[in-house]
Design a protein around this ligand. Structure first.
Ligand SMILES: Cc1cc2nc3c(=O)[nH]c(=O)nc-3n(C[C@H](O)[C@H](O)[C@H](O)COP(=O)(O)OP(=O)(O)OC[C@H]3O[C@@H](n4cnc5c(N)ncnc54)[C@H](O)[C@@H]3O)c2cc1C
Length: 602
């Protein structure tokens, strides 16, 4: 059945509209084609990446380039690229799936892959003219050329639009001369094409250019030395200097001053793909950790028998499971939105651009949540390995170091937290998401008398879904209260924005895990989904705690007197279970399952 406009939520609407479990896409819904893709990518990862792990850790940059070339030969670099430009033209879910399963071997390769297929290629597929796409995209999709993305400068990181690199039009009007310095450029050491952002005259916004790079004919481009980094050691990261680099006018991307918009939209796509790229790393970390825990004996007992270790195994599994649930839910929303737009007459290019832009809030949420989960997972992985976890001889320390970068690039997690709430408030102002109505309803509820009925929560997840509704009310109460108090100046109250973002993130992640499990329990049976049910409940339990903490800290900062008392009472009501889950039991169930299967098995 075709998905129609009214079936899928707009970006951000998850907060105010209920989603039926049948309407979420889950990893269990992969098509045969997607499963084949997954198998092919996993096999490639084992053969070409994992088998050579020590070489990546020893900064073998040439190996990264060689494996990228092989990925190109197999079509993996062109999954998202339309067939007309030598790509595979697969949908957004397949794009995320490829990123997911190709990324767990080493962060070095996944960074090279992500930078090339995402920010190195997408600006052209999303904003390029037909000529630009014909000329460059086939080369990028097949791996004949590699792409890099030059936005960051020494003085312009998070404030990306403040770059000092200039582009000056020649007297004959045929070319621009680019001058400036870029920093932290992934793939710089082996790329043939750079997406470069520069300012023309005193323009408010930067402009994007496609710049070819040939080492033998460098056109004023020089590279700094490879940066020595904490992790992703075989990913090429260099400074790039432009000295009177001549770029033909036809290589401008979109229009003059459109660069900031291009940069931001390319990052939106990059963010969900980055989340996907952290998923298989989490699965692999857990699998490696449980295998070790089952083998390693202390006090004559495998350490996996100890409750202290079971807690870790269960929490690691639950966070990976929630990450998968939310990433594929959003990926399919994007895919459907693109299809709907194409069906209504948009070109694929316009449809893709608008489709991803629509879910920019979800992309930021995912980037933050999953990048932090993979880091925590790797940290606990080290702990399970004990002293050996601290050694370069086990995979945990590299996993931990590699995970660290995901919280920094593609917009730091601080910036993405603030963006997620900022974009939501903007959508509400534009009337795309009605926050005001639901926020007023919550205020009225706060002033009314609470019901003392004891609802029937015997049906699977009935209480959990009620909890999710209450967490959404908490967000509306807290964010609504803060908007009322500070109006547009809320921007200056970053601590509040960050707290609101944390609430938003927890709601999306927990709801996604519950909906996926509910859908699967209905079709595969509750017994078969017993450990998944436990993980969804476990994740929600923590989400409720975080919402309570962040809600309280916000309310006591912006509200006073009666208003504060009323909101705190509301918070208590909205974060209270009628029947608390026995989380010790939930963790035991998840850990026992993982232990018995000796791997992440969901
Ligand atoms: C390994 C690696 C690869 C990279 N690859 C690329 C690439 O290929 N292309 C590219 O263009 N860039 C790349 N980057 C750059 C990366 O995107 C930036 O490092 C990142 O955007 C942060 O910018 P910054 O380092 O200047 O930090 P800053 O912007 O100086 O931030 C420092 C701290 O201040 C916080 N902060 C900054 N502004 C605010 C604010 N307004 N409110 C609250 N907190 C704030 C940040 O969250 C952060 O915690 C890469 C970086 C690394 C380390």
């Amino acid at each position: 059945m075709e998905t129609t406009e009214k079936d899928i939520l707009r970006g951000g609407q998850f907060l105010v509209k209920e989603t039926k479990c049948e309407d979420v896409f889950t990893p269990e819904d992969f098509s045969e084609e997607q499963k084949m893709m997954k198998d092919a990518v996993m096999e490639f990862n084992e053969r070409e990446i994992i088998a050579h792990k020590p070489r990546f850790e020893a900064k073998d940059y040439a190996l990264t380039e060689e494996v990228m070339r092989k990925a190109g030969e197999l079509g993996f670099l062109g999954v998202a690229v339309p067939e007309a430009y030598s790509g595979l033209g697969m949908g957004f879910v397949s794009t995320c799936l490829t990123c997911d399963y190709i990324s767990s071997g080493t962060g070095s390769f996944s960074t090279a892959f992500g930078a090339h297929t995402g920010i190195g290629t997408m600006p052209i597929t999303l904003y390029g003219t037909e000529e630009q796409k014909q000329k460059y995209v086939p080369k990028l999709a097949t791996g004949e050329w590699f792409g890099a993305y030059c936005l960051t400068e020494p003085g312009a990181g998070s404030d990306a639009n403040s770059g000092k690199t200039t582009a000056e039009l020649s007297a004959d009007g045929k070319s621009y001369k680019i001058n400036g310095q870029k920093m932290w450029i992934s793939n710089a050491g082996f790329c043939s094409l750079m997406i470069v952002f520069a300012r023309i005259e005193d323009d408010k916004n930067i402009t994007g250019f496609i710049v070819e790079y040939d080492k033998d004919n460098p056109n004023g481009i020089t590279l700094g030395e490879e940066e020595h980094k904490l992790g992703i050691r075989a990913s090429s990261t260099r400074q790039v200097f432009f000295n009177d680099t001549v770029v033909p006018v036809e290589n401008m991307l979109a229009g003059r001053g459109e660069g900031f918009k291009i940069a931001m939209n390319a990052l939106n796509v990059g963010r969900i793909k980055l989340a996907a790229a952290c998923l298989d790393s989490q699965r692999r970390i857990l699998t490696t950790a449980v295998q070790y825990a089952n083998e390693r004996k202390q006090f004559k007992t495998p350490i996996s028998e100890f409750g202290a270790i079971k807690v870790k195994l269960a929490e690691m599994a639950a966070s990976a499971y929630a990450g998968e649930s939310a990433t594929y839910r959003a990926a399919k929303n994007i895919e459907d939105r693109i299809a709907i737009r194409e069906a209504s007459g948009n070109t694929h290019q316009e449809a893709e651009l608008k489709g991803v832009e629509e879910y920019a809030i979800e992309c930021s949420i995912l980037k933050v949540a999953v990048s932090e989960d993979v880091q925590n997972c790797a940290d606990e992985g080290i702990q399970i390995f004990g002293g050996m976890g601290f050694s370069e001889e086990t995979p945990m320390e590299a996993a931990w170091r590699d995970a660290r970068i995901a919280r920094i690039y593609e917009g730091t997690n601080e910036i993405n937290r603030m963006l997620s709430v900022g974009m939501l408030v903007k959508k509400a102002m534009k009337g795309h998401v009605d926050l005001l109505g639901p926020a007023q309803a919550v205020q009225e509820e706060l002033m009314g008398i609470p019901s003392f009925d004891t609802p029937d929560y015997s049906e699977l997840f009935s209480e959990e879904k009620e909890m999710i509704k209450k967490l959404k009310k908490t967000f509306l109460m807290v964010a609504g209260g803060a908007v009322q108090k500070y109006g547009p100046q809320l921007e200056d109250h970053q601590q509040l924005l960050i707290a609101a973002a944390d609430i938003l993130i927890e709601i999306y992640m927990a709801e996604s895990a519950i909906l996926r499990t509910e859908k699967n329990a209905k079709r595969f049976g509750e017994e078969a989904q017993s450990a998944q049910i436990a993980m969804a409940k476990l994740y929600l339990y923590h989400a409720v705690d975080i919402v309570e903490e962040k809600g309280k800290e916000s309310i006591i900062s912006f509200a006073e007197g009666d208003e504060q008392r009323m909101m705190l009472m509301g918070l208590k009501r909205f974060t209270k279970y009628a029947n608390y889950p026995d989380i010790v039991d939930l963790r035991k169930e998840v850990a026992e399952k993982v232990k018995a299967e000796n791997k992440y098995c969901f």
